[in-house]
Write a protein that binds this ligand. Sequence first.
Ligand code: UD1
Length: 421
Amino acid sequence: MDKIVVQGGATLSGELRVNGAKNAALLIQCAALLTSGKTTLRHLPLLSDVRTMSRLLARLGCRVTGERTLEIDSQDVGSGDLEAPYDLVKTMRASVTVMGPLLARYGKASVSLPGGCAIGARPIDQHLKGLKALGAEILLEHGYVHLKTKRLHGAAFVFDTVTVGGTQNVMMAAALAKGESRLENVAREPEVQELAQVLNKMGAKISGAGTSVIEIQGVEELVGVDHAILPDRIEAGTFAVGAAITGGDLLLRDAPVDHMHAVISKLEEAGVQCVVEPEGLRVHGPEQLQPIDAVTKPHPGFPTDMQAQFVVLASVASGRSMVTETIFENRFMHVPELQRMGADIHITGNTVVVRGVKKLSGATVMATDLRASASLILAGLVAKGTTEILRVYHLDRGYEAIEDKLSALGATIERRKGASS
Ligand code: UD1
């Protein structure tokens, strides 16, 4: 397995073009299943999660070609068994969002239950409840959920909890259901909005995405589209933290600043200068970072996918910070690794209290999930000496060539191929 080796002490400076957003891409790939034609997606990030979704679509009968620009032809879907198998779902939970499209278009779907993952139990009860409200018959058997219906019908449904994937799954299903649906307490994430825009381009009638109520007038069919994926707010945020903690200066070209208000205001609270320029976001790190208080919330609140990176920022700020995680139950797996690098962090329930230290010290650490991996690289940038990050396959799920991008910005970082885990 590869590892990443970082020498601390560099200052990040220069420019970076932000990639297409992974989380938007995955769901829009799924949406191609709702059409009978060809969908072209542009600006895709080259990531293992995107490749996994392409493999799943191919298993379901789509013809999928390309990488950065992906063509998905769904014409031949429906002849084989419409199953998302365990080996794919276990590597990427977002696979469960093929349920809604398959059920709506073909009246059946079988999807492996995802089970737990490193950041918690992550149930899919809300996906299933929503699909049931639209008329799905659901059977749980042998670790799989089997869904069928003659034809989905519109319904009013209120989510018990705000879920991004659940909102997207049920919204896609309702797009082809008979009649009107009203979904309440939905997620307002930009990726929900972008998916709704793409569905509308396909011919759907969806309004309200970006608010907490989405209304959908079901249509008979959807057609393939050509769509360029919007830039990734989490990749932009991760590099912004990189500039902040190294006292650097970065221009994040195409950063989706309208979707980054919570992250930008948290950076400003830490004393980081953030300037919206015509080309993107300029981030200038201060000599000394100030402590922060952050609580993760559904969008437009502070995103859980930036929590680990801000714990690193807090680790080298001048005083006492508090970071509370309210979205996932077990998302502090990076903390013990950061403690091994000399960070002063105490976990109490779902809150960490961080007392900033002058310097972290390089160590060999283990990546546990996607954003935790990124946080360990950030920590390596500001640590004295060498940091080795093992199990970087997590990183490759969500950050394209992060070591090349960081080297181009001045970091001393390399990937060692095939090193032991
Ligand atoms: C998406 C993102 C992920 C991000 C997360 C929260 C993608 C591909 N992934 O994940 O990067 O961290 O949103 O912003 O877009 N829940 C239930 N029942 C359900 C579904 C969810 O209880 O049926 C709970 C989850 O356990 C979690 C919370 O709701 O505690 C939020 O999860 P959700 O918004 O669904 O996350 P994902 O869509 O899986």
